[in-house]
Unconditional design. Sequence first.
Length: 116
Amino acid sequence: VQLVESGGGLVQPGGSLRLSCAASGFTFSTSRMSWYRQAPGKEREVVAIIDSSSGTTTYADSAKGRFTISRDNAKRMVFLQMNNLKPEDAAVYYCNVLLPFLGMLWGQGTQVTVSS
């Protein structure tokens, strides 16, 4: 049972990145998936959520209009497209799922740095 994130890196303000999360070991298609982030000295915060069946998405105010969460159930992957990145978006981004009996499952995280 694991989540593996990828796609982070260094980008200039105004740039874009697409994060990916590969899931294994649980029933992905029926699981609500989330992206969180944690900046140095700050608490981990939710960025975006995507439901399993309806595909309904929810975003933090800071992400609305700039970030898009999506999923590919056939490939067992969830994505976070981030556009118009700002320095305050710099953080470690984590993929997350809440599983029955196992609780919260986190990936190892992927670093996003926004700097000129």
